[in-house]
Ligand binder design. Structure first.
Ligand code: C5P
Length: 424
């Protein structure tokens, strides 16, 4: 089981809007929730419609707006009970004093208060009101009742208010509300992935990007690796429930959500960091980095001046990181990559054995449409002979999809029992 944590798939949010000037912020809130991948349906009280029109929310949510409890036409579309069941979360923003009071008292005299009673989804309220109304004993009493009833209260912020007062009562910015909703679902998904994901309870270490080998204080040797495959794998492993550490060479990519990133520059630094992480306990080691094969024998202390027509720089071989880790006593499940321009499968199979890997993913970098800087890839995966697993061809797809299939291949190898093969 795996989850894409960048988008929340198929989660349904009801945004309840009540009568308050902060209702204008709810337009942005609905927009942000849609951007994050949620399905949004809007319920407006009569008071809300005095501030902003249902048409605005219909356009932003892409769904008809629900305003009436006893409207036969609306009930024929999605009745209030169906709507209450549809929701994975009900967010009332802004929540007026009046709505809080209705919820606390258990009244059901309009659509929103009826929904509140009829839903089993979590209910969040973001109160927004004049600071004196917020401080009123009745409001605080109602809030205490709602908290007691399991409602999550997003506290108002302090600041200048539309009415001219200064104090507590401002609704947090819509971006902040959308972030909290997204976080809530991410955490819930993560908890499931940590229990049931393909790589649950595994620590995965991934090397990614190029290495940079210094010539002098201002120059270096490097390559065109962008690190995209390694970063996509880090995201896929995290989504599969693993704890992920990404050892990244110099690349300009954002760290995937939930992933621990350690930046390194040279191959020697990448190896040192890998060895340290091995001591921490590592179950799967994935080497996607395009490690420079050679480094400068003696890095100049000062900038090399141009003098003669020729400049010779002696290079020495860099350590092979993946092969070194594979030789350790506490070796994790080892995954390597091979980028070749010819005899792709033959060379890859050779590397699998030579570097003592458990699995290797190889691709043909002579193809202009895949590989290095491309967003797509196509690969063939080989497993070490002891696994008795046939090779797998991964058709051309986005690096995210390829990463997902590689996670499945790793899972299958980790759980493959060769003794089972012999039984047949
Ligand atoms: O030998 P070659 O560079 O083709 O092998 C590629 C595989 O070995 C990749 O998984 C790469 O990350 C890893 N490698 C390494 N350290 C090196 C060279 C390659 O870990 N010095």
């Amino acid at each position: 089981m795996s989850f894409d944590l960048s988008v929340i798939p198929n989660k349904n949010i009801i945004v309840g809007i009540t009568g308050g000037i902060a209702a204008y912020k709810s337009a942005i809130l609905v927009r942000r929730l849609k951007d994050a991948g949620f399905n949004v349906r809007v319920v407006m009280t009569e008071g809300a419609q005095a501030f902003i029109t249902p048409l605005t929310f219909q356009a932003l949510s892409g769904n008809p707006v629900h305003t009436q409890l006893l409207d036969p036409e609306a009930e024929a579309g999605m009745g209030h009970i169906e709507l209450a069941r549809w929701a994975d979360l009900v967010l009332i923003a802004p929540a007026s004093c009046d709505t809080l009071a209705k919820f606390a008292a258990g009244l059901a005299d309009d659509l929103l208060s009826t929904l509140y009673l009829a839903t089993s989804a979590p209910v969040w309220v973001a109160p927004a009101m004049n600071q004196q109304m917020w401080a009123a004993k009745a409001t605080q009493r109602n809030l205490a009742t709602l908290v007691d009833d399991g409602v999550h209260v997003i506290m108002p912020e302090s600041g200048s208010q539309a009415c001219g007062d200064v104090g507590l009562g401002r609704m947090p910015e819509p971006e902040e509300l959308a972030r909290q909703v997204t976080d809530y679902f991410h955490k819930a998904q993560r908890a499931i992935a940590e229990k049931f994901g393909l790589l649950a309870s595994k620590h995965v270490v991934i090397t990614a990007g190029p290495t940079r080998e210094a010539i002098d204080p201002v120059r270096y040797i490097s390559n065109h690796s962008t690190g995209k495959m390694g970063f996509a794998l880090a995201a896929a492993c995290y989504a599969a429930g693993a704890k992920v550490t990404l050892i990244a060479g110099p690349v300009s990519l954002d760290t995937p959500n939930g992933v621990r990133r350690i930046n390194v520059s040279s191959a020697v630094q990448m190896l040192d960091t890998s060895m340290q992480l091995l001591d921490e306990g590592c179950d799967v080691f994935i080497a996607t980095a395009a490690v420079a094969d050679y480094r400068v024998a003696e890095v100049a202390e000062h900038k090399i001046k141009k003098s003669g027509d020729e400049l010779n720089i002696a290079l020495i071989k860099n350590p092979d990181i993946v092969a070194t880790i594979a030789q350790q006593d506490k070796r994790p499940f080892m995954v390597g990559f091979a980028a070749e321009t010819r005899n792709v499968e033959e060379y890859a199979a050779g590397k699998l054995v030579a570097k003592k890997l458990d699995m290797i993913a190889c691709n043909d970098v002579s193809r202009a449409d895949i590989g290095f800087a491309s967003d797509e890839n196509a690969m063939t995966v080989f497993f070490a002979e002891s696994y008795h697993l046939p090779k797998r061809d991964l058709e051309k797809a986005s690096k995210q999809e390829i990463a997902q299939q590689l996670v499945e291949a790793i899972h299958d190898a980790l759980h493959h029992d060769p003794a089972q093969d012999e039984a047949f």
